[in-house]
Design a protein around this ligand. Sequence first.
Ligand code: PMP
Length: 371
Amino acid sequence: MVERIFNFSAGPATLPDSVMAEAQTDMMSWKGAGLSVMEMSHRSKEYDSIIKDAEARLVRLLNIPDTHKVLFLQGGANTQFAMIPLNFLADGEKGDYIISGEWAKKAHKEAKVVGKQANVVASSEDSNFSHIPARNTWNLSSDAKYVHYCSNNTIYGTCYNELPDFGHNNVICDMSSDFLSRPVDVSKFAMIYAGAQKNAGPAGVTIVIIRKDWAEKIGTPNLPTMLKYKTHFDKDSLYNTPPSYSIYICGLVFKWIEEEIGGLSKMLELNRKKSSMIYNAIDNSAGFYKGTVDNKNDRSLMNVTFKLPTPELDAKFIEEAKKRKMSGLKGYRTVGGIRASIYNAHPLKGVETLVDFMEEFRKTHEKEANA
Ligand code: PMP
């Protein structure tokens, strides 16, 4: 048995053991084909079955309607930040952005970098993104072509636990850090996108679910071929060589959610269970651990952020946790403290180990914190 640590990293993140095991079995010879998926032509019938299977599983998992299509792209969510305004805004047209964290802010900034008009609907930056901007503070523009938001703020540990009423038909969502963590009504979106490396698979593939009418839009003249959604849409994600191995692993992860977990409602149940174990440990610590999120309704199920009484204790906590085989717990530099990222595949045992350790650490250090 290989010894594995509990990986609390914000991404790339833990993959399910059964996915790793199947990939290992398939490594030298995929299903007896005599070659690895890494060595296969992306035009071969074997690979065609792999990418089609991955897509079909995703369609089933998210109940993706026929009005939408799945694309497997490259360049990470960061490339989407540019592609969205380049494709969906013509000169003089505007996108609305809700700024609930660092990534949402970057998406807005990139729209400006590519020379488009991007309006800030609401921002929680004044409070260091410790909450989701309340719906009644949003200043939507009447003529925006789309509203862009980020459903889970990886750095700040906040998320939209309910889908707000956007008052707009064309909602675009960066779901990088909570994709496939819960059921989603895809019909409500013009586009959803997510880097795979947290919940869906390894880095290298960016999953896009686009409404078909939107895939036809090319808002900017002379847009490079690779930056047009239409290019990838027309060629079923095979215009150029796709990140073929990453897509294969995503397919195995989708299979794991479908067949071992039992779908996205079950996934959500498990994610609620895991995250509430840590939130309870915070809330029942008599103030030793403090959550960094203002409002409990905004707490993320994926990234749990909290602080100890001093930065010295934060550092000690991280160091001691490492000795117990828990890694990746350091909070992002703009927040500090601890961030426990517990994506879909992070095992319950990892969360139990963390919660036990939190209790033990608190008992040992409570007195010095109060001294
Ligand atoms: N959006 C969110 C919500 C993220 O968490 C991240 C990565 N941590 C990104 C965008 C950037 O993704 P990528 O590295 O795939 O460009």
